[in-house]
Design a protein around this ligand. Structure first.
Ligand code: SF4
Length: 360
């Protein structure tokens, strides 16, 4: 079956309705890669702000490779899923290292971003979707870019009631998108179908189907099944965890009489690469099996923090001390230096709630 009618209706819709996003108006693969990594688990509006900040600070792959991992994590703070930031940095280093000798010998003028699907796929943090997105958006290569929005549109256009997040489902959807892909205009096709899923063929359809330009090409509309699609497998159970944080605070009088006293605290870096928040900083923490610790302190704040597969029941206890306790793996910093460290979203929430100032 020819897709030409589908393409013309889709492109016409896209022309009129697409959002103006800076990474869709460039073919710079570095800028596109950065946007794709940022947007993996992030809403466009929030992602846009981070993308601009990253582009201003590290405008190309060599500048990002030269940064410290801690600076990249600090800039990423608030976006969550920090493995994306670590992989971003690792990938930049990998690209630069692989071309360094050629640049130094003058064989190539500057570092270039990988330009084949296979090379893109070999970068840390780049899966099938991201490789397809960069290959098509930057180089106009005929690869599909299947994000969640595209899975939904394909499930509905082809009326597929198989779960898309199983290995059998992925294969089936991949075949379908290959048969839909416009190999003459892959950049336009991927941009248009992603945007159509994001803005029009959304999870809640409302009255959209009645006015839809793809109505005649949409099997689920013809069969009345659109609202039930796509199907996903049952979600894994959320794991509960109980963290008790000790916020040690020590005041030391300034040597200058009219100056406020300095406030110090203790932080540590999370060092388990298999656990959440690897290489982020936080207050010393005790994890318990079934409930938060009952410990006395000046103030106690309880927060619940939900991640994709974990629910953290956190307790923050303030201890005011004359002398900081000596705890292995921690370091003493001034309270106002907390801003210099990459902190988890939970720690930031606690800081917001604590509103700790030198006087309280
Ligand atoms: S008819 Fe409805 S389900 Fe089908 S593509 Fe259009 S909006 Fe999506």
């Amino acid at each position: 079956m020819s897709n030409s009618l589908l393409y013309s209706h889709l492109y016409e819709w896209y022309e009129t309705n697409h959002r103006s996003l800076p990474w869709r108006e460039t073919d710079d693969p570095y800028a596109i890669w950065l946007s794709e990594i940022i947007l993996q688990q992030t809403r466009v509006l929030q992602g846009l702000e981070y993308w601009r900040r990253f582009m201003a600070r590290w405008p190309n792959v060599e500048s990002l490779a030269a940064a410290d991992e801690s600076e990249v994590l600090r800039e990423w703070q608030g976006l969550g899923y920090y493995s994306r930031a670590r992989n971003l940095h690792k990938a930049a280093i990998q690209i630069v290292e692989s071309q360094k000798s050629k640049v130094e010998r003058g064989e190539i003028a500057t570092y270039h971003f990988p330009n084949t699907y296979e090379e893109l796929r070999a970068l840390p943090g780049v899966g099938e979707y991201t490789a397809g997105a960069i290959a098509s958006f930057a180089y106009n290569l005929p690869y599909p870019a299947m994000d969640g929005n595209v899975y939904r549109v394909v499930a509905r256009l082809r009326d597929i009631d198989e779960a898309f997040d199983t290995s059998a489902g992925k294969k089936l959807f991949h075949k379908q998108i290959e048969s839909l892909l416009d190999c003459d205009h892959p950049r336009l096709f991927n941009s248009a179908i992603m945007e159509f899923g994001a803005l029009y063929c959304t999870p809640s359809l409302g009255d959209n189907c009645a006015q839809c330009p793809l109505q005649m090409q949409c099997a689920s509309y013809q069969h009345g099944t659109a609202e039930m699609l796509p199907v996903r497998k049952a979600r894994p159970k959320i794991r509960d965890r109980w963290f008790t944080y000790h916020v040690y605070v020590s005041y030391q009088q300034s040597t200058v009489s009219d100056q406020p006293s300095d406030v110090f605290t203790l932080i540590r870096r999370r060092e388990n690469p298999k656990d959440i928040w690897y290489h982020l900083y936080e207050f010393p923490c005790e994890e318990t099996q079934s409930e938060r610790l009952k410990v006395n302190g000046e103030r106690i704040i309880d927060l619940t923090h939900v991640l994709s597969h974990q629910k953290i029941h956190a307790r923050f206890i303030i201890h005011k001390e004359q002398q900081m306790p000596e705890l292995p793996g921690t370091m003493v910093i001034r309270w106002d230096e907390l801003n210099d460290y990459a902190l988890s979203r939970l720690t930031l929430r606690a800081l917001d709630t604590l509103r700790l100032t030198p006087r309280n």
